[in-house]
Ligand binder design. Structure first.
Ligand SMILES: C[S@@+](CC[C@H](N)C(=O)[O-])C[C@H]1O[C@@H](n2cnc3c(N)ncnc32)[C@H](O)[C@@H]1O
Length: 179
């Protein structure tokens, strides 16, 4: 995998299915599957934005934490991941420890609709969320005073300052909402 450090590629495979700890809990297949940003796309986006080590990177709907963990691992950033699912947050905390950045990132179990991004002091906000949810949190994003990146789906009602092409089909939308 070109450009992706081996430790990150090993920690974050492209296809992941996280099972709840308790096998007796009955879930639908979609509840057990996480669709992450491919780690090569994470590395590519980070390279494009080139964060300072002083940056605090927030992922709203962080899944296994790969974006904030990679920012900490590659650029020395601090990070906060928010997700509604305790099972993926447990994976995220374990991965952060495994990669030696557990002291620089934290993970919060919460619905992003109940979080004011501004309170997390972000320099960068990353999201890979459905358009309906992006629309719901848009007004709070505008107050965050941060570089906002949305993978795959543009934020409804906002004009992107630039786009990062990730492959033939995918791009990330970048909104500079600083100052
Ligand atoms: C497509 S995955 C992306 C995960 C990660 N950001 C990445 O790019 O690899 C979306 C994540 O958002 C979380 N999510 C969906 N709706 C949410 C909500 N209302 N509040 C918090 N997290 C949510 C899901 O649990 C899932 O982990």
């Amino acid at each position: 995998m070109t450009g992706v450090p081996r430790a990150l590629a090993r920690a974050f495979p492209d296809e992941v299915e996280y099972h709840r700890d308790d096998p007796t809990v009955i879930t639908t297949p979609t509840e057990r599957i996480l669709v992450p940003t491919p780690i090569r796309a994470v590395v590519r986006i980070l390279k494009e934005i080139d964060p300072e080590p002083t940056f605090n990177v927030v992922d709203l709907g962080c899944g296994d934490g790969r974006f904030v963990i990679a920012a900490a691992y590659l650029y020395g950033c601090t990070g906060v991941g928010v997700d509604i699912r305790p099972d993926v947050l447990k994976v995220a905390r374990n991965k952060a420890e495994e990669l030696g950045v557990g002291d620089r990132v934290e993970f919060i179990e919460e619905d992003v609709r109940n979080v004011n991004p501004e309170d997390l002091n972000p320099d960068v906000v990353y999201m890979y969320l459905m358009p309906s949810l992006l629309a719901e949190i848009r007004d709070d994003l505008l107050k965050a005073d941060a570089l906002v990146i949305s993978n795959l789906f543009p934020v409804p009602g906002l004009r992107a300052d630039r786009e990062i092409r990730l492959d033939e089909f995918r791009k990330a939308y970048v909104y500079d909402l600083r100052g």
